[in-house]
Design a protein around this ligand. Structure first.
Ligand SMILES: [Mg+2]
Length: 132
């Protein structure tokens, strides 16, 4: 039997969590980055406003600041990302009991048993957006 598998990937996950923790960060171009003092000083994630300046994940802070001088830099909070990753997966579990997390912001959802019903996949997306 063919199986129906959804791949769910949160965009800018670290940055989205930071915007939940500090809502004022939604209103400024912001990126989560490693320590600027050492070699881990790269962009790990960026919010929507930073995307407008073409700030890219994995580029150096120096490159990002050249494109967006007012870019607000935020250090990562990995414990919070783990917490929100669990919350996101709990939302997926409303749609199927077969959820396989893959990394912190991606999951595979086996919705084979649901797929005979007229399942509305956008509902999953809307639930996540409502959370953020
Ligand atoms: Mg992602």
């Amino acid at each position: 039997m063919d199986r129906t598998i959804l791949h769910c990937d949160c965009n800018g996950f670290y940055a989205s969590v930071e915007c939940i923790l500090s809502p004022e960060l939604k209103n400024v171009p912001m990126a989560v980055c490693g320590n600027p003092e050492n070699r881990h000083g790269i962009i790990l994630a960026k919010n929507e406003l930073a995307k407008k300046y073409n700030v890219q994940t994995a580029e150096t802070i120096w490159e990002a600041k050249k494109k967006c001088p007012d870019l607000v830099l935020v250090p990562p909070h990995h414990d919070e990302y783990k917490k929100y990753s669990r919350i996101v997966n709990q939302i997926y579990e409303r749609y199927t009991d077969k959820v396989e997390p893959f990394g912190i912001d991606e999951s595979w959802l086996d919705v084979t048993e649901k797929s005979t019903e007229p399942m509305q996949y956008p509902l999953v997306q809307q639930s996540i957006i409502a959370l953020v």
